[in-house]
Design a protein around this ligand. Structure first.
Ligand code: PHE
Length: 325
């Protein structure tokens, strides 16, 4: 077992399984968002929580944050939507961890939901500013993605991007790229999000562009999809883009430069912790978020020097940081 603690508790109000995985508190109290979405079975939600919490440990270590990784998952059965009952149940489970783990927004939750969870526990990030929090993190995550893309490409106006997923983070990334004068195509499984040059998810995945920007759910890069890619590089905010570590080698062999999502997606947590824990100004926090560019450059440089993959370099960096703690 690689995780320090995994709590699976049936919610008193909702009857649903509330899963909180604390992967590591070696660098400090664990942080990770609360994901509430449909899964075929709550056990699939558990598998996701285990993977996502481990990724949060890497994310914190790579961003030099004094925090570990955790994640909350509530698996909704088909046709069930999350209400106040689910959020209060989540709050109770987090309260039971006594500060070892704090939550924040993720797929299926936003700042207002953090207020509801916050009725049961103070260990909550990203409540709206009126409620004393640092607000929606998705724009800050997008700022970090743009910093990563600049590190990768230089001037964005000269490059083309395929944004896959126009949710809260992807939508901001699309707008920032468009504002920067970049050539952008986009796609989402939800056609109501349609904007700009719109393609199907399949066309987006296989588009001949400079950078593919995965901004939907994870597991996009697999032995089945990698051979069909026609992008030069991949960098986006989706968590856990690789189905398996070995897929990093497939990308490398294909000459596709992959920027680890654990680096690219850290803007939200960097901003929230800077503002809420260290009481920094939003401007100073934004500067830290833009530091993602330098972090990514360092990892890509090391990979090129050592003839390894960015995945291997990032992983080694995380191991070094954890071993030194
Ligand atoms: N969903 C965020 C992530 O995956 C988690 C988060 C954001 C946690 C902001 C706290 C604050 O990184």
């Amino acid at each position: 077992m690689r995780h320090e603690q995994v709590v699976i508790q049936r919610g008193e109000r909702s009857g649903l399984a509330v899963i909180v995985a604390v992967h590591s508190t070696r660098l400090g109290p664990a942080i990770g968002g609360c994901r509430i979405k449909q899964y075929p079975d709550w056990r699939d939600g558990l598998a996701d929580a285990l993977r996502l919490s481990e990724a949060m440990t890497s994310k914190c270590a790579l961003a030099s944050l004094p925090h570990g990784g955790g994640k909350t998952v509530v698996a909704l059965p088909p046709g069930v939507t999350a209400g106040r009952d689910v959020l209060l149940d989540v709050g109770d489970v987090i309260a039971g961890l006594g500060g070892r783990y704090s939550t924040g927004p993720d797929v299926g939750t936003g700042p207002d939901d953090m207020v509801t969870i916050g009725e049961r526990t103070p260990y909550v990030f990203c409540r709206p500013a009126e409620a004393g929090g640092s607000g929606d993190s998705s724009e800050h995550t997008a700022v970090g993605v743009i910093a990563a893309l600049r590190a990768l490409c230089g001037d964005l106006s000269a490059k083309s991007f395929a944004v896959l997923g126009l949710g809260r983070v992807g939508g901001h990334v699309w707008r920032m790229l468009t504002d920067a004068g970049a050539t952008v195509i986009a796609s989402d499984v939800d056609d109501r999000k349609r904007r700009g040059t719109w393609v199907s998810p399949e066309e987006c995945l296989t588009a001949e562009v400079d950078v593919l920007v995965p901004a939907a759910l994870g597991g996009l890069l697999t032995p089945a999809t990698v051979p069909r890619l026609r992008c030069a590089a991949i960098a986006g905010p989706a968590n856990n883009q690789l189905d398996d570590p070995a897929t990093a080698d497939l990308l490398h062999a294909r000459g596709v430069l992959w920027a680890p999502d654990s680096i690219v997606s850290a803007g939200g947590i960097i901003h929230a912790t800077a503002v809420e824990l260290r009481h920094e100004t939003s401007a100073r926090a934004a500067e830290r978020v833009r530091g993602i560019g330098a972090t990514l450059s360092g990892i890509l440089r090391a990979a090129a020097e050592h003839g390894t993959t960015p995945y291997a370099e990032a992983r080694e960096h995380v191991e070094r940081v954890l071993a030194a703690a």
